[in-house]
Design a protein around this ligand. Structure first.
Ligand SMILES: C[S@@+](CC[C@H](N)C(=O)[O-])C[C@H]1O[C@@H](n2cnc3c(N)ncnc32)[C@H](O)[C@@H]1O
Length: 225
């Protein structure tokens, strides 16, 4: 099974996180709204991290559940939820494989840069569990590091990706951090992940790939029970 990822348990990394990474959360909330997720909706964020999505989501949706396995991330997230007075946010220390959903089925599940912490077998299980908590027609917004290049290109493409990073860690990702991602985490190929999504009763309505083929953003719908 996966772990939270070394850095997500490291208080120094977590304190830097919001300077390193911006979830474009307002755009993400707007995207869900355009898909019909509204002020009556329940949204579950898996791997919610420091809560970049959760806080704006709370202002737009009825119930937001922030799920994360890292107590260090959740400390930051809880402080932000309290500061925002977001009383419709529930914070759950749990993971893709252990979160137990109660109440009305989710209208949407959001997950950004988290599913790659699970090896592929467990990604398949996690997707089945997400499918189970969504209502029919519900949306899964999935955004992650997913490799779109061919395996034969891996050495040169990974080297290119890592070489473009510097050494600074305060406001971006260093070469060492990108190397760690490829070496120790479980990002997979698009051509493995996408059939796994479809096998679990979803349809992929939109897939946007970054030019370097290291990132994928999916809009996915639950099409069958
Ligand atoms: C790179 S951070 C992304 C945080 C946030 N989603 C964002 O986009 O800024 C990855 C998060 O996934 C969490 N995570 C790792 N393994 C997980 C699992 N099995 N279940 C749920 N969350 C997990 C980590 O603790 C961490 O907070």
């Amino acid at each position: 099974m996966g772990t939270a990822g070394r850095e997500n348990l490291d208080a120094d990394h977590v304190s830097r996180y919001d300077n390193k990474e911006d979830a474009d959360a307002s755009d993400e909330v707007a995207l869900l709204q355009a898909l019909g997720v509204d002020s009556q909706s329940t949204v579950v964020d898996f791997g919610a991290g420091t809560g970049q999505f959760v806080i704006p989501a709370a202002a737009s949706f009825r119930r937001v559940v922030a799920v994360d396995i890292s107590p260090v991330m959740l400390r930051t997230l809880r402080a932000k939820v309290a500061a925002a007075g977001a009383t419709n946010v529930e914070v759950e220390q749990a993971g893709f494989l252990t979160y137990d959903h109660t109440g009305a089925p989710a209208d949407a599940v959001y997950s950004r840069y988290a599913l790659h912490h699970l090896p592929d077998f467990w990604k398949g299980v996690a997707l089945a569990r997400i499918h189970r908590i969504l209502r029919p027609g519900g949306i899964l917004r999935l955004w992650d590091v997913v490799y779109g290049f061919q395996p034969i290109e891996a050495e040169s493409r990974v080297e290119e990706w890592c070489a473009a990073a510097g050494s600074a860690i305060e406001s971006g990702w260093s070469r060492a951090e990108l190397e760690e991602h490829v070496r120790d985490e479980n990002s997979t190929f698009t051509w493995l992940l996408e059939p796994m999504i479809e096998r679990n009763g979803f349809t992929i309505n939109e897939a946007i790939y970054s030019d370097d083929e290291f990132f994928a953003q999916y809009v996915i719908a639950k099409v069958r029970q």
